[in-house]
Design a binder for this molecule. Sequence first.
Ligand SMILES: Cc1cc2nc3c(=O)[nH]c(=O)nc-3n(C[C@H](O)[C@H](O)[C@H](O)COP(=O)(O)OP(=O)(O)OC[C@H]3O[C@@H](n4cnc5c(N)ncnc54)[C@H](O)[C@@H]3O)c2cc1C
Length: 226
Amino acid sequence: MLPGMSFDVSVDLRSIVGTAHVLVEDDLRAGYETDWTGRYSGECLAVVRPASTAETSEVVSYCNANNIAIITQGGNTGLVGGGVPRAAEAGSRLSIVISMSRLAHLGPVDTSTMQVTAGAGVTLAAWRAHARSTGLDAPVDFAARDSATIGGAIATNAGGSRVVRFGTMRQQVLGIEAVLANGQIVGSLSGLPKETVGMHWPSLLAGSEGQQDSGSFHGSTRRSPR
Ligand SMILES: Cc1cc2nc3c(=O)[nH]c(=O)nc-3n(C[C@H](O)[C@H](O)[C@H](O)COP(=O)(O)OP(=O)(O)OC[C@H]3O[C@@H](n4cnc5c(N)ncnc54)[C@H](O)[C@@H]3O)c2cc1C
């Protein structure tokens, strides 16, 4: 238990995602606390690895209720420190890293609509290989493909080496399921090209860079070119 806190954050988070998926030891957290360049690093209470949208929502709700900041992390290849905690400053909020690594589900490719639903933690390389196994391809590709994730690429609205032909990630996402900072689950994975119900969440969230008021993505319906 931390000084000044009447509850044990790691115990509470373990009750949501399981003991093995709340990392509190210094050496286990270290790789998540420093960015790929080594220029940015900080400290978090724990690294939490939810396995579903529901678990993610519970973790985020818990943090919201207890004034704990969250940093969403995909492959940690973003280069500008957005996916790692900040160095502790006097009076700064406690934080956790939510790693998307276990949200790695890839649905079947629908070759007629050229769509696939992928978890936020699916790497671009896995997405590409999956699409290619059906004769299609993934429109966005760049050198960090083996680590960079679908969620991270949407959050940064990455473009990559084929951007002139296919556009950025924003142009590829037909549907999205996301958890807002209060734990609310929003969006739709219906995959309809013309979605008339409510807000267009892909437009709002692509390029949001995981800001605390926009939360985390947990599944998205993606288009693959032939
Ligand atoms: C503004 C920007 C634009 C970029 N554009 C390009 C490009 O065009 N071509 C290129 O080769 N590389 C680009 N990069 C580098 C590229 O973003 C990364 O290599 C990759 O897209 C990031 O994926 P990642 O899974 O490693 O994300 P991370 O590095 O882990 O995270 C990057 C940011 O996205 C947030 N984030 C990650 N996952 C989620 C999620 N599931 N939900 C919500 N937020 C999330 C993080 O909090 C962080 O702010 C860009 C980087 C930035 C910051």
